[in-house]
Design a protein around this ligand. Structure first.
Ligand SMILES: [Zn+2]
Length: 282
């Protein structure tokens, strides 16, 4: 069995941005020793993540779930879903997707699926009156993760003056029997503490390579409780800013974590690789 040097724990080669060259992008990552988890954001992208994982052997995995912004009203990102992909895409942009437990359970049970999500709470891009709908979909996904005993891939984003981390933590604390990772962690050290004390991990993206906003929390979080991710096609790290991001670039994120933590790069790489194995079994 081949081992990989890096794991990009949260990426989206399953999205429309990679429609033309997903195999080239996947192979580029694998050839460079970068395993990765493609994360679903709704029904179609979750199915696409599973299909991609099943086309490859070791090194390509999937997470399936319903992103909180897709639980309600219109939101469209051309990099995520094709604009002209017919009724499904149009349906979701106009009314949001209701979490279909059976459908996601069937996907989630596949062997290459290593997590449930991205799910959680987003108070940034979504109106406040949608919060109950988001919470309902989130609770259902926690229940699914519990049932099949796979970890949660969490998307949590606060809005101006409104903390989503607290609410998400409360829901998890009361209901989750599995562990999880808070993807694209953008909270405070206090927020981080809540999740770390519960045994959850945090993952950081390429934004840490071009802003110092996350230095405190990266320095604070223990090396055995963090992961690196790209969230590709979004937020390419320096020196690739402005380009479409891809899993290969997780190496820059790992390098930057080592720099912020003033720790040897090889020690950091090896520990993050181990962290991904421990949580996701990859
Ligand atoms: Zn994502």
């Amino acid at each position: 069995m081949r081992d990989f040097e890096y794991v990009d724990v949260h990426t989206h080669v399953n999205l429309a941005a990679f429609k033309e060259d997903k195999d080239e992008v996947t192979k580029r990552a694998l050839d460079a020793g970068v395993a990765h988890i493609n994360v679903g954001t709704q029904r179609d992208t979750s199915r696409a993540a599973v299909a991609l994982a099943e086309r490859y052997g070791e090194g390509v995995y999937a997470s399936v779930g319903l992103h909180p912004v897709h639980t309600t009203k219109s939101f469209h990102d051309a990099q995520e879903l094709e604009t002209d992909s017919g009724a499904d895409a149009k349906g979701f942009t106009s009314r949001g997707e209701q979490f279909d437990y059976d459908l996601y359970q069937e996907l989630a049970l596949r062997e290459k699926v290593v997590a449930i999500g991205e799910c959680g709470l987003d108070f940034y891009r979504v109106e406040e009156d949608t919060v109950p709908v988001q919470k309902e979909a989130f609770a259902a996904q926690i229940a699914l993760a519990n049932e099949i005993n796979k970890p949660l891939m969490l998307h949590i984003r606060s809005g101006p003056g409104i903390n989503a981390y607290r609410d998400a933590w409360e829901l998890l604390k009361a209901n989750a029997t599995v562990s999880g990772n808070v993807h694209f962690f953008a909270g405070t050290v206090e927020d981080a503490k809540l999740f770390l004390e519960m045994g959850y991990t945090l993952s950081f993206t390429g934004v840490i390579t071009f802003t110092h906003d996350y230095d405190d929390v990266v320095a604070y979080a223990p090396l055995d409780a963090i992961h690196a991710e790209t969230d590709a096609p979004y937020v390419a790290p320096a020196p690739h800013r402005g380009e479409r991001n891809e899993p290969l670039h997780v190496r820059e994120v790992v390098r930057k974590i080592a720099e912020i933590k003033k720790t040897d790069g090889e020690i950091v790489r090896a520990q993050l690789r181990e962290n991904a194995r421990r949580l996701f079994g990859v």
